[in-house]
Design a protein around this ligand. Structure first.
Ligand SMILES: Nc1ncnc2c1ncn2[C@@H]1O[C@H](COP(=O)(O)OP(=O)(O)OP(=O)(O)O)[C@@H](O)[C@H]1O
Ligand SMILES: [Mg+2]
Length: 493
């Protein structure tokens, strides 16, 4: 099916602005069809003076008389006469005529669309006299609004220029409509609008009251009336009700003569949006992307390290690579988890492997033992804690089993209660320097640990020389190389 853009290029020489005006019109005309309860067509005047249907819309509030799609079809002689009359006069014209495939005669209201300078196309409202019933108050009100907007179209005042707002989510007439007079006093409220007002606690009869008196959505109305342009706004009207409101000023000869307020209750939609956003799939996807990004960063750093000459600089970058890989690992684990929390043991195991890979040397073998599992932790705790744990493991290996030592064991104890997490990293290697003072450390590793544990995790750290009980409790048998070191962390859950 041809689009309006294609048909405009094919059949007309309209300027860019005029074409955009028509595009904007059909962006808004769902509302017009709803207000007039009838099918609408946009007819383009072709080079050879025939009339071609550029676009078609059906009402959501009434019955269509056209089952088939008429876009790109030509108007017959009777139609062409009516369209030509409206186009030439610049005035709305009405006629009753026959269409080829329709047995009954149909009513056509032809509204010339005013462009930059003069009519550029004709918009029609088409309905069958057979389907029209005795109009009720709602129909009469909507039709009169439609007439006023139709007048605006002939004057080039509708659609509003340069207001290419996203209308896909905008409320429609059927969602709830309120008609305002030039003083922003409510003259009519559709049943759905009354229901929406009820939901935000406005139960009084609203007709005759001004929007500001009601304390409802007066900001879009005020802005629309002041600026002479439509305004759309979303309100958290009460804690549990979210309303989307669009106010359309109705203008005649540059004077506001009234307005229409369309209201849609989007509470349920917004609630679902929020749910979806916090939902597993999105979170997992985000973790996955973070992990990929971190991997890219660590590859870049590794490339850079290769170009460096100084071993010190190389080592520093390799350290950074290791830290980044730790964080990536957490995100990788989280990207596989279904919730926002993670079984901590799922992170600890690959972390140990990472440290093992980087450090084990055959002449001083180090055994890694994990006890307990740490339970499930929220991602906000698991990430910093993983970084902390990596540093502690690194230190246990680096300082517990320096070159020349015989190797030994590193035990990670994951324990605690419902309220707190207790983690111990024990090594049975070289004893901790008696002069060691955590507050005086200048190394990056423990600085990171201290910062994360005390500020991010609200916990505490204790580093001390190991005693026999520690090793017995940790199940390290026959430890030989010294008294070793114990690092204890305790964090609130
Ligand atoms: N498990 C341990 N056993 C013995 N000494 C330790 C242990 N952990 C830390 N230390 C002491 O604390 C000091 C500071 O540790 P920190 O991790 O901050 O720096 P680093 O390991 O020397 O260097 P990096 O910043 O690269 O990790 C170490 O140099 C070491 O003397
Ligand atoms: Mg260190």
């Amino acid at each position: 099916m041809a689009t309006l853009g294609e048909l405009l290029r094919q059949h007309t020489d309209l300027s860019k602005d005029d074409s955009a005006h028509l595009q904007q019109l059909i962006g808004e005309w769902g509302m017009l069809a709803d207000l007039c309860f009838a099918d609408m067509m946009l007819y383009l005047r072709s080079h050879d003076n025939t009339w071609v249907v550029g676009a078609q819309v059906r009402p959501a509030t009434g019955q269509t008389i056209y089952r088939s799609d008429l876009v790109d079809s030509q108007a017959n002689e009777a139609e062409a006469e009516l369209l030509g009359r409206a186009f030439a006069s610049g005035e709305i014209c009405e006629g009753e005529l026959h269409k080829r495939n329709i047995f009954d005669s149909i009513h056509v209201l032809a509204i010339p669309v005013h462009g930059e300078d003069g009519p550029i196309a004709v918009l029609t409202r088409e309905w069958s006299s057979k389907t029209s019933r005795q109009p009720g108050e709602l129909e009469r009100t909507y039709l009169s609004i439609f007439q006023r907007i139709a007048e605006m179209i002939t004057q080039g005042a509708f659609p509003f220029r340069g207001r290419a707002a996203d209308l896909s989510a905008a409320p429609r007439v059927g969602d709830g409509a309120i008609v305002l007079d030039e003083q922003a006093v409510i003259r009519y409220a559709s049943p759905n609008a009354v229901s929406a007002l009820h939901r935000v606690g406005i139960t009084a009869n609203v007709v005759g009251q001004s929007v500001s008196e009601l304390g409802f959505a007066d900001s879009p109305v005020r802005q629309a009336f002041e600026r002479h342009e439509p305004v759309i706004e979303e309100f958290d009207q009460t804690v549990d009700v979210t309303l989307l409101v669009r106010c359309l000023p109705i203008i005649a000869s540059q004077v506001i003569t009234g307005g229409m307020l369309l209201i849609r209750d989007v509470t349920e939609v917004r609630r679902r949006d929020r749910l979806l956003l916090s939902k597993d799939a999105t979170i997992r996807e985000i973790h996955h992307r973070v992990k990929n990004n971190l991997q890219t960063i660590s590859s870049l750093l590794r490339l850079q390290a290769r170009r460096l000459e100084s071993p010190e600089a190389k080592a520093a970058i390799q350290e950074s690579v290791r830290r980044i890989r730790t964080i990536a690992l957490v995100h990788e684990t989280l990207s596989r988890e279904t919730g926002e929390d993670v079984a901590f043991i799922e992170i600890v195991r690959p972390l140990l492997r990472l440290v093992e890979e980087g450090l084990q040397s055959p002449d001083r073998p180090v055994r890694f033992i994990v006890q307990g599992d740490g339970g499930r932790l929220p991602a906000t705790v698991a990430t910093p804690l993983s970084v902390v744990l990596t540093e502690l493991l690194q230190n246990a290996v680096d300082h517990g089993f320096p070159e020349g030592s015989a190797g030994g064991s590193v035990v990670v104890e994951l324990g605690g209660t419902d309220d707190d997490i207790e983690i111990k990293v024990i090594n049975d290697g070289r004893i901790l320097d008696p002069a060691f003072d955590l507050n005086g450390v200048t190394g990056l590793g423990l600085s990171i640990v201290r910062t994360l544990v005390t500020t991010e995790l609200n916990g505490s750290i204790l580093i001390r020389a190991g005693v026999a009980e520690d090793f017995i409790a940790a199940g390290i048998e026959g430890h030989r190389s010294g008294d070793g070191t114990v690092v204890q962390l305790s964090l609130p859950r």
